[in-house]
Design a protein around this ligand. Structure first.
Ligand code: SAM
Ligand code: SF4
Ligand code: F3S
Length: 460
């Protein structure tokens, strides 16, 4: 196996000792899905690094391969399962290799995944991650296959402070799970109910990251507006985080429109580190569909929220998620969504075709919109939204934007890529000395997804 002797004295120390005795174990992580999974993959990496393990980029050189999966849509689940099945061949060549599936497909399928993919060794649920090193040790020493997915309804186990890699931008989970049960959504079933992390832990984690070079933090939760720990609510948390010296930018995702309060908008307006960037998933423009989705707001509520934000923060950048083809979505319902697109004029949108998810309320309803029609509606929606995104970006030409430079652009080593406070990508001529700096850029060109500009001064 991985050359460890089996001697569990204390599950947590076990792998660290073996790795020290036997040289570093090599692991790789393949990550799908949302920022929650990105953050969990970082946690996994930090837990394994603490035990002396070495991260490698490809599964061919890894002793342990972890696949962190997403199941929000059928296509995401299929992508993850397809990737897992590709590992079968590698396992035949190297039977000692350990394959571990984690994330939302793991939570959804549990033991069933071991039956369907017998070459998988460990299936670990979304709330069992802290046990990963111990369970890997057990799998390795006993040769047993394990599905550990039973902690979903238990309180979250907060792992001890972990050293994460130095990064300019950090993901920090502020809450786990979701209580909303939107009728189409599998997330509450695979991530469990809402649990907010204590403020002290969040602040300590961000301070660590900042002392390690982080300038921007993205606070993560399925509905950050319902963050609540003791007497700390989300606007209060924002105020506390913005006190952290050296932290230039604070973002957060996702903000459920039903819970986005005036207090939140006021905090964003007054706290200079909090970016004027609102991701408010609308999902649909028809009140009938919104009700069936169990979203708890109407299109009028949504429009009122957007008006409030724009009147208090004229520079606010607002984005959304939209879905087409929800059960019983008529042409008139779809037109309501198209009309909402015209009324709000979002800066950008993630747009999806509805697919039924197991266990959800909507799964019991007929998936009544034919695939061809879903595709047609999605194409129409994307086309119109892209035009609006482009027009909104072009309206920024001549304006000066504050840009945090992140690295080289994809196309050239002479051009750098950064983001505005509104999270828009900007390409600017420059070199690596700009990386990590906040600079002023005059916008000179724009497409639907990218701004182009000239550096006018260094700012920090
Ligand atoms: N918590 C966020 C919220 O309240 O909007 C969204 C989280 S979900 C992971 C991301 C997006 O996936 C949703 O906003 C929705 O548009 C989309 N989504 C969720 N379930 C879906 C389904 N069954 N079919 C298609 N898209 C779905
Ligand atoms: Fe899913 Fe709704 Fe929760 Fe978002 S708020 S994760 S869409 S159930
Ligand atoms: Fe995220 Fe996908 Fe799970 S969107 S919460 S990784 S189902």
């Amino acid at each position: 196996m991985l050359f460890w002797t089996f001697q569990i004295m204390n599950g947590k120390d076990f792998l660290g000792r073996m790795a020290l005795q036997n040289g570093a174990t090599r692991y790789c992580i393949i990550t799908y899905g949302c920022q929650m999974n990105d953050s969990d993959s970082e946690t996994i990496g930090a837990m394994l690094a603490a035990r002396g393990w070495e991260r490698v980029s490809g599964e061919a050189e890894a002793d342990v391969v972890l696949v962190n999966t997403c199941t929000v849509r059928r296509s995401a689940e299929q992508r993850a399962l397809g990737r897992i099945s590709q590992l079968q061949r590698l396992k035949q060549l190297r039977p000692e290799m350990i394959i571990c599936v984690c994330g939302c497909v793991a939570q959804q399928q549990g033991q069933e995944l071991l039956r369907r993919a017998p070459y998988v060794d460990l299936v670990i649920g979304t709330r069992d991650l802290a046990r990963l090193p111990q369970l890997l040790g057990e799998v390795d020493s006993t040769g047993k296959k394990i599905a550990a997915t039973d902690s979903l309804s238990r309180p979250v186990h907060y792992e001890a402070r972990l050293v994460r890699p130095a990064q300019l931008k950090a993901l920090v989970t502020i809450m786990y799970g979701c209580n909303n049960f939107c009728s189409y959504c599998i997330v509450p079933y695979v991530r469990g109910g809402e649990v907010s992390r204590p403020k002290s832990e969040i602040i300590a984690e961000i301070r660590d990251r900042v002392s390690n070079g982080c300038k921007e933090v993205l606070l993560l939760g399925q509905n950050v507006n319902s963050y609540c720990n003791g007497d700390v609510d989300f606007p209060n948390l924002l105020a506390e985080v913005s006190q952290i010296e050296g932290l230039a930018r604070i973002r957060y995702i996702t903000s459920h429109p039903k819970d986005a309060s005036l207090k939140l908008i006021e905090r964003v307006a007054e706290l200079s580190a909090v970016c004027e960037n609102f991701h408010l998933p609308a999902q649909a423009g028809s009140n009938r569909i919104l009700e069936r989705m169990n979203r708890h707001y109407t299109r009028e509520d949504y429009l009122g929220l957007v008006r409030e934000i724009r009147s208090r923060i004229p520079r606010a950048v607002i984005s959304t998620d939209l879905m087409v083809g929800f059960p019983e979505e008529t042409e008139a319902d779809f037109n309501d969504t198209m009309e909402l697109v015209e009324q709000v004029r979002w800066d950008s949108a993630f747009m999806f075709m509805y697919t039924p998810r197991p266990g959800t309320r909507a799964e019991q309803w007929e998936d009544s919109v034919p695939m061809e029609l879903k595709k047609k509606r999605l194409a129409q929606l994307i086309q119109r939204q892209e035009e609006i995104s482009e027009a909104k970006n072009q309206a920024l030409i001549g304006h000066v934007e504050e840009v945090l430079v992140e690295g080289y652009s994809k196309r050239s080593r002479k051009q750098m890529m950064g983001r505005t406070r509104g999270d828009k990508v900007v390409i600017v001529p420059g070199d690596e000395q700009l990386i990590g700096r906040i600079v002023s850029v005059r916008i000179s060109g724009a497409s639907a997804h990218t701004l182009f500009g000239e550096l006018i001064s260094g700012q920090d």
